[in-house]
Design a protein around this ligand. Structure first.
Ligand code: FE
Length: 357
């Protein structure tokens, strides 16, 4: 067995690669759209053949990479028959199994976080992938997408805690850096769902969480109901640009990670599209960045050289994403957005000029 756990820092999502080492057939559980390129590179380097992408559920916090990976590898898309999604190759029900080479995962319906949540259990019951039904010392929320605390309680007790005590559990997310747990551990220490907690206690707990809705929900849920296929496929460039390790967001915007920009700042033009007061304000600015506020970008674009790559910067990455599109439409071939803007740049403690701590 080949097994890899992959992470998306933006949404704290885990993606899992499982492959049969004999036949090299592989499946990916919960791939993330923005990481389709990364996952594709790993698949090629490991020399495995992607035959399935599986979703644990219709996610609200990230867009699935299932459609992009299908375009690239011809992998089949599978998720719950109760997901409400269209465009999958197979709709799974409780008790079925998904085969990859000589290995398989068993499908267990674990609704409650959403109506269509599945847990995938490896054939020898040594590993299980619980999605958001059971997180490490926690569980997914139950207040939208057909969520139901009573159903979640019964799902976890009947379908997850009935696995062997030593079975390792791999969740859909972790926000604290934990990577895996076990049935025994969660039955003892999960503050919401441990053996000692009653159904009424759990339902009371879940009813009073009072969480805000996820930031990406309005984009992610409709996109995931199409298995990650963009609404207008042709607006989404599937060709890879090669001047930098770019990734393409679901919105079709090329992005660069802060560490690459920091290491390559001498090779690119860094254009900061914030207002002058922000440029000199508490976040500071990247050394060598040129201030060109978004409102003046088009009338002053001749100040940006066309033959050098351009990296667009703002506070959070939103205005600069718009600037990236505008400059691209104006004929600039090598232009990308700084992912997460100055906030993520500072969060990663990369150097700035000016600014305060
Ligand atoms: Fe979820």
């Amino acid at each position: 067995m080949i097994f890899r756990q992959l992470f998306d820092a933006q949404s704290s999502t885990y993606t899992y690669l499982l492959a049969d080492s004999a036949t090299r057939e592989a499946l990916l559980i919960d791939p993330v759209f923005e990481h389709a390129r990364r996952d594709g590179a790993l698949i090629e380097e490991l020399g495995v053949k992607l035959v399935w992408t599986l979703e644990t559920h219709v996610h609200a916090d990230h867009v699935t990479g299932a459609w992009l990976l299908k375009c690239r590898f011809g992998s089949a898309i599978a998720l719950s028959k109760d997901s409400g999604a269209e465009g999958a190759d197979r709709y799974l029900a409780d008790g079925e199994s998904v085969v990859f080479g000589r290995r398989s995962v068993e499908v267990r319906a674990t609704p409650g976080h959403t109506a269509g949540c599945l847990t995938y259990v490896l054939d020898d019951r040594s590993l299980a992938f619980t999605g958001d039904a059971l997180l490490i010392r926690g569980c997914g929320r139950t207040d939208f997408q057909g969520g139901d605390a009573h159903r979640l309680f019964r799902s976890v007790r009947d379908k997850v805690f009935s696995l062997p005590a030593t079975c390792l559990l791999y969740p859909g997310h972790d926000y604290r850096g934990l990577t895996a747990s076990s049935v025994a551990e969660e039955r003892l220490y999960n503050p919401r769902l441990a053996d000692a907690v009653g159904e009424g206690d759990f339902v009371g707990y879940m009813t009073h969480l009072g969480l805000p809705h996820p930031k990406l929900m309005a984009v992610a849920v409709p996109a995931n109901l199409r298995c990650g296929r963009p609404e207008k496929e042709d607006t989404m460039s599937k060709t890879d640009a090669d001047w930098a390790p770019l990734s393409c967001t679901f919105a079709g915007i090329w992005e660069l990670q802060p560490d690459w920009v920091a290491e390559n700042s001498a090779r690119v033009q860094i254009i900061d599209v914030r207002e002058p007061a922000e440029f000199t304000g508490s976040l500071g600015h990247i050394m060598g960045a040129k201030l060109l506020p978004l409102g003046f970008l088009m009338e002053r674009k001749q100040e940006i050289a066309k033959d050098l790559p351009v990296v667009m910067v703002c506070r959070s990455g939103a205005r600069s994403a718009q600037a990236t599109v505008m400059l691209g439409n104006a004929g600039y071939a090598k232009v990308a957005n700084l992912a997460g803007g100055m906030l993520r740049w500072r969060g990663q403690r990369l150097p700035v000029e000016g600014g305060t701590d």
